[in-house]
Write a protein that binds this ligand. Structure first.
Ligand code: PAF
Length: 279
């Protein structure tokens, strides 16, 4: 695997490649990331991964400095997956001057759910993803469904800017007890780790209620949050939304049976976890 840090070196490595499959990451790689690499390999060749902890998507009270950086271990994992190039720019490489041009997702998608609790997060994500796409020029790029709203925002960006990059969605990779793999899981104490699968169980319970005809979303969401709260979580949201645009379903939508997704975010101790489940 070639490890490159500058945009110039990256372009040299990829000159003439027309079927590049790209997986952007912030490092601290786990099985979930590696499953994205495997999916990328099925959709293109060569596979390019990036590791870049993107300051633009962290809020002032978030964990940019504490974000786990495990570069050597990440390199070994990517090598085993047969990744061809790892692009690991420094901040100076990717942002040699202040990044004043930003991509602004529409408010009705970018400022809801995660965007409501993490102002500016999606602007930071779309800005870096557009820049990484511009560096790598991939034919396809793989994003996990674990970050459901991020996947939708990136896919819409790619479509609206007519980028030549197809966005491929990867299923969420879960531990045997249902907990979605995430770099943040490493912050959980052993008691918290034992409690953490409750988030997915909550989503499953909500999905079960919806499937069995309980369609008062306000009540479902409120009760699910109260349950989490009782168990010591601090929920930001539990929300049942339309898959197509993440807006709340109307009575008409529910009557028509539009596809839904349940999404949630909650803090357990100091660790904020998110998850979702298509209903
Ligand atoms: O999902 C992530 O790890 C990040 O948001 C991404 C897509 C690599 C952009 O920094």
């Amino acid at each position: 695997m070639k490890i490159v840090t500058t945009i110039e070196e990256l372009r040299d490595q990829l000159r003439g490649q027309l079927r590049t499959a790209f997986v952007p990451t912030m490092g601290n790689l786990h099985e979930g990331h590696l499953s994205l690499m495997r999916l990328a390999r099925r959709h293109g060749d060569p596979v390019v991964a990036s590791i870049f902890v993107n300051r633009l998507q962290f809020g002032p009270n978030e964990d940019f400095d504490k974000y786990p950086r495990t570069f050597q271990a990440d390199v070994e994992k990517l090598e085993k997956e047969g990744v061809y190039v790892l692009f690991a720019p420094t901040e100076k490489d990717l942002y040699p001057e202040p990044q004043e041009y930003r991509v602004q997702p529409p408010n009705d998608l970018g400022n809801i759910l995660e965007g409501e609790f993490r102002p500016g997060f999606f602007t930071g994500v779309t800005t870096v993803v557009l820049k990484l796409f511009s560096c790598v020029q991939p034919k396809v790029a793989v994003f996990g469904k674990k970050d459901y709203q991020q996947l939708m925002i990136v896919r819409n960006m790619s479509r609206q800017f007519a980028l030549p990059t197809e966005i491929i969605a990867a299923e969420t990779y879960r531990a045997d007890d249902g907990l979605a793999l995430s770099s943040r899981n490493r912050y959980l104490s052993s008691d918290e780790r034992a409690e953490a699968p409750q988030l997915f169980q909550t989503l499953n319970a909500v999905a079960q209620e919806v499937r069995s005809g309980h369609l008062n979303m306000f009540e479902l969401e409120r009760d699910a949050m109260a349950q989490l709260d009782k168990r010591g979580w601090k929920p930001d949201y539990v929300a049942v939304r339309k898959r197509i645009d993440l807006q709340p379903p109307s009575a008409g939508d529910l009557a028509e049976g539009v596809p839904l997704v349940a999404l949630c975010a909650a803090k357990l101790g100091v660790t904020r976890l998110i998850d979702n489940l298509e209903i």
